[in-house]
Design a protein around this ligand. Sequence first.
Ligand SMILES: Cc1ncc(COP(=O)(O)O)c(C=O)c1O
Length: 335
Amino acid sequence: LSNNNINKIYKALEQFNKANLGVFPTPIHRLENFQKKINHNNIWIKRDDLTGLGMGGNKVRTLEYLLGDALLKNSDTILVSGPLQSNMCSIAAAASRKIGLSCITVHNSNTPKELKGNVTLLSLLNAKSYFIGETDEDERQQFVEKIATELKKIGKKPYIILKGGSTALGALGYVQAAVELYEQIKKLKLNIKHVFMPAGHGGTVAGLIVGAGLLDIPFHVHVISVEHPKHELVKIINNLIKEIEELLDLKITYPIDQVMTIYDDYMGEGWGKPTKESDSMIYEFPQLEGIFVEKVYTSKVVVGMVDLLQKQVIPSDDGACYWHTGGLPSLFAQV
Ligand SMILES: Cc1ncc(COP(=O)(O)O)c(C=O)c1O
């Protein structure tokens, strides 16, 4: 593999304005106790729970590109929306503080009776938050648009973060993360051939897949769906991949199923609905490694990875890497 590919990716990414929000590269290390427990000898973790802003998480990488764009456009107010315990909302509020912008968050939930999890963080950051009742994502977006219109009327410059940041621009953070992991693998001479990551709206994995594809597939991306059935998620991810390729003006030259595999066997009844296995994993994993996972995203990935390793879906000599995407504040609203 040539450094040429890396240079091409860096050059393409450099066209975009970035806000420096996080601390990178995030650590990578072996999961000694965990690998012993599941009878494997080559299991690693990529610590995007330690991205260095707020309480960490994948969205810090996403926001570097989105808020970079907001700064370029001279925006003064970030408008972001999500469910009550949205990780994106609290990280966007923290990021906005860091770069001196205002942040408004909109939640399709009732007003919480007590401060818990991400809502506590929003309060500590003194974000302006609206709780608009239990509506769907479309209604929530309409409310966001309404606030944006009102802000413009009083001379403000709002910047709307769509779909929890799962857009092509937001996904560039994970194109870059693919290069980061690749460089760590090379520098530390690791034999990591498989990466496991969750997908909600799919932006995070889509970025990683494009990165892996452009790097000539140093690792295969195993996508654990926590929200959509496979036939839906395939379409969402493929669309995002196309958009990212257009944005970067770079193209993956491999069939996409050589780069990724999607599994919907571990999501249970869907987003935010724990399974028996993911419920136990929030205890098992920290009791082995001292590292926490939460119920919506990260525990389901560990469950999927263990199952796939035990079914020997991947060769037993190949290294596997669990990509921890954070989301830990929500744990304090879950148990
Ligand atoms: C902790 C955590 N992991 C993974 C994801 C998945 O990201 P995406 O929506 O880009 O698939 C999210 C998104 O909210 C998240 O908060």
